[in-house]
Design a protein around this ligand. Structure first.
Ligand SMILES: Nc1ncnc2c1ncn2[C@@H]1O[C@H](COP(=O)(O)OP(=O)(O)OP(=O)(O)O)[C@@H](O)[C@H]1O
Ligand SMILES: [Mg+2]
Length: 511
């Protein structure tokens, strides 16, 4: 049977503001199946998906798309263009796509009040309903609770075309994908296996290249020492065959020098020096051609400090209205050093609770670091403008944090529109510079690459100030927090927040 391929042929692309290509001379063919696209924030994963969907065109080379293509966006700012068509479609396929993901038709008209998890599910329902020949999904698991994520994974498994998936969730990518592309700087490697296995292979290759590099470097040092030796000998030989130092009447000495010149004995040292120079050149050329990735320790320091107040947040029992639902908050206190997680399913009201909490934070002004769940493109561009207007010293501090979080500050400086992951890192850097008394992060692991999540986990664990984290990433929360505020659906559309200490935390999560 004729098989359809998505083909990249020598594709090169850079944004206008960039001095070097973001993607250089990429050739690859994708037969049907799912493929993961992996790489640090800002390496060009979304750009790659937009090239595959013909939303942007390569500077050179060609992308051949076998039939229809659909790109399911990373951002959740606006509903997909095809939303209206999907909700008006009554032929069953729309109903089917929406049912699979628990999506309701009415959500489209209420986009602004939908949670980001609900928006994500709606976007994905549109993508599945389209059922194109090539489907590109950009961070489909962001914002989703465990049940929604499982529903998305099984829906994606049922897709039979050529699927490209960008996600920092390695486990799920591995479960779904038969191959992957790994982007590292402008080096892209393709693998017929999942990301985890491909990274192990790349590590092994890198380790062996590093070993070869080190051995050659040691060899080059030995050869360079030998070359110095030989140069000295050649210089000595040169001075010996010079007649300048001889007495005018020393005819024996002159005869010896003449004989040495005639037999070529005097030129041996010079010849040996030349041979060694050639070897040194050859080995240093070979050394220059061995490319391996130098390990970099990614560490950030969160210089928070404890507030001098008695507590950082306190509330008596309170009820918040959320459309036709209510969220009941019991009496809560957060001490100046405590670290708490906020959990609950999609639409449970976690962000509503965070907004309520932010209004009652009790600390010295200017010492709050708050990173919201989503940052729209407009907000992100505004933040970038603020950062570009910083003085040199502050901008330098921001860029060091960006580099420590695993993104390329030089490339970022050339950007006119930072990617969602880069924006989160920039906001974190700005927050760090305030010496926060409290750090509040709503879904901190969304959009962030694996290196920065690991780095953030260690830094949050060690920082002395209060921390509030909203997340579906239980491993991440377990590693950092002391207690949990969990929102559970009660009766009569009423949602209850309950507090558990760390010991009871895992039981709540299992329930
Ligand atoms: N319109 C643009 N003009 C200039 N630079 C841009 C533009 N859009 C994106 N960039 C830059 O290009 C690089 C790649 O962006 P892209 O959105 O493809 O990254 P990504 O790998 O998807 O990142 P993330 O993991 O954060 O989603 C980034 O450094 C970004 O700042
Ligand atoms: Mg992206």
């Amino acid at each position: 049977m004729f098989q359809k391929f998505l083909n990249f042929n020598k594709v090169t692309f850079s944004y206008d503001s960039m001095s070097a290509p973001l993607i250089a001379e990429l050739s690859h063919s994708f037969p049907p199946g799912w493929y993961a696209i992996a790489g640090a924030n800002g390496t060009g994963k979304t750009t790659f998906l937009k090239l595959a969907s013909a939303i942007i065109m390569p500077d050179s080379g060609t992308v051949t798309i076998p039939g229809s293509v659909y790109y399911c966006e990373q951002r959740t700012d606006t509903p997909p263009e095809i939303s209206r068509k999907m909700i008006d479609d009554n032929n069953g396929s729309a109903e089917n796509a929406m049912r699979k993901l628990g999506v309701q038709r009415g959500w489209f008209d209420n986009w602004q009040v939908l949670s980001h998890g609900e928006r994500k599910k709606f976007q994905l329902a549109c993508a599945l309903w389209m059922n194109p020949d090539v489907l590109c999904v950009d961070e489909p698991f962001n914002h989703l609770d465990a049940a929604a994520k499982q529903a998305v994974v099984s829906a994606l498994k049922g897709y039979a075309g050529i699927g490209l998936l960008v996600s920092h969730d390695r486990e799920t990518s591995d479960e779904l994908c038969r191959g992957c592309l790994i982007i590292d700087g402008n080096r892209i490697t393709a693998h017929n296996r999942g990301i985890s296995d491909a990274l192990v292979t790349l590590d092994i290759i890198n380790a062996s290249k590093k070993k070869e590099f080190m051995e050659k470097q040691r060899g080059l040092r030995r050869l360079s020492d030998e070359l110095t030796n030989r140069k000295n000998k050649a210089m000595q030989a040169d001075s010996k065959r010079s007649k300048k130092h001889l007495d005018r009447h020393d005819s024996d000495g002159r005869a010896k020098i003449d004989l040495a010149r005639l037999t070529g004995k005097d030129a041996v040292a010079g010849r040996l020096q030349k041979q060694m120079e050639k070897r040194v050149l050859r080995v240093s050329d070979e050394l220059g051609r061995i490319e391996y990735i130098k390990e970099k320790r990614h560490v950030i320091f969160l210089p928070g400090s404890k507030s001098r107040r008695n507590y950082i947040f306190k509330t008596e029992r309170h009820v918040i209205g959320m459309g036709n639902k209510t969220l009941v908050i019991p009496r809560l206190i957060l001490d100046t050093h405590e670290k708490v997680s906020v959990t609950g399913g999609n639409g449970a009201g976690k962000s509503t609770f965070i907004n309520f909490m932010m209004q009652g934070i009790n600390t010295e002004e200017g010492h709050i670091c708050y990173i919201p769940q989503e940052i729209t493109k407009v907000q992100s561009d505004k933040i970038w403008k603020q950062i570009r207007a910083m003085n040199g010293a502050d901008l330098g501090r921001v860029l060091v944090i960006i580099s420590n979080l695993g993104s390329d500050p030089k490339q970022l400086l050339q950007s006119v529109s930072p990617s969602p992951g880069e924006t989160r890192k920039l906001m974190l850097a700005m927050g760090i510079m305030k010496t926060p008394h409290i750090i509040v992060m709503d879904e901190p692991t969304n959009h962030m690459d694996i290196i920065s999540i690991q780095c953030l986990e260690t830094a949050l664990k060690e920082c002395p100030c209060a921390v509030v984290l909203v997340s579906h990433d239980i491993k991440f929360l377990n590693a950092i927090t002391d207690k949990n505020w969990h929102i559970e659906c009660g009766g009569n559309e009423s949602l209850m927040l309950t507090e558990t200490r760390r010991t009871g935390f895992n039981d709540v999560m299992k329930g």
